[in-house]
Write a protein that binds this ligand. Structure first.
Ligand code: 13P
Length: 246
């Protein structure tokens, strides 16, 4: 079976004081030991959080560049993350795509390099509202997934996060049926275009306005293997989201 995975994406939030509160509720938990829990932390706090989180929580960066080092002012490489004991990175988040103009191509290059360097990757995909309304949801998520599939050698260290853009930070969560349908289609695509084994073992998690109130119903769907949580990952209810299947 696929181990349930819950990531908290803090985005550009948190002070040392607020991080202290988050780490306190993570420590108190209790967090279901069957769940893999990862927190996505602003880069300046990565080493600090790594030094204070409990051992059942792993730390992730929210971005990394596509080469190990060089003249790339402002960027951080996978090698630097690993050098600081950070095992995960979130890549391709819709905010990177839409606010910072990252393309499918660049994201795929970043995913490929991060995996080659030895990081584990939470790779994000998802359609915008106008794309869903135009009936293009599948076309968009297949295109985004194919860009990655074309460049990576193995999906072993990847978690795929389906995050419909219209659900992110809006309070408009996808219904369990809407999310399940896309996750199922993604497995079908992976089975045809990558490998049936990958389609069965890859964890596909859902993100977009996940809360303690909706997590349990989403977690009942057979192809939803966890969540990527934004706003609610800063609050104590994150513990209930981690425990959605408990
Ligand atoms: P919200 O949970 O705040 O909608 O954010 C989702 C997200 O973007 C997680 O990466």
């Amino acid at each position: 079976g696929r181990r349930f995975f819950v990531g908290g994406n803090w985005k550009m939030n948190g002070t040392k004081s607020e991080i202290g509160d988050i780490v306190a509720f993570l420590k108190t938990g209790p967090l279901d030991p069957n769940v893999e829990v990862v927190v996505g932390v602003p880069s300046i706090y990565l080493t600090y959080v790594t030094s204070i989180v409990p051992s059942n929580v792993s730390v992730s960066a929210q971005n990394a560049y596509k080469v190990p080092k060089g003249a790339f002012t402002g960027e951080i490489s996978p090698a630097m993350l690993l050098d600081n004991g950070v095992p995960w990175v979130i890549l391709g988040h819709s905010e990177r795509r839409n606010v910072f103009g990252e393309t499918d191509e660049l994201i795929a290059e970043k995913v490929a390099h991060a995996l080659e360097a030895g990081l584990k990757v939470i790779a994000c995909i998802g359609e915008k509202l106008e794309e869903r309304e135009a009936g293009k949801t599948e076309e968009v998520v297949y295109r985004q997934t194919k860009a990655i599939a074309d460049k990576i050698k193995s999906w072993d260290n990847v978690v795929l996060a389906y995050e419909p853009v219209w659900a992110i930070g809006t309070g408009k969560t996808a219904s369990p049926q809407q999310a399940q349908e896309v996750h199922d289609k993604l497995r079908e695509w992976l089975s045809k275009n990558v490998k049936s084994d990958v389609a069965q073992t890859l964890r596909i998690i859902y993100g977009g306005s996940v809360t303690a109130a909706n997590a349990k119903d989403l977690a009942k769907e057979k192809d939803i293997d966890g969540f990527l949580v934004g706003g609610a990952s800063l609050k104590p209810e994150f513990v209930q989201i981690v425990n959605a299947r408990a």
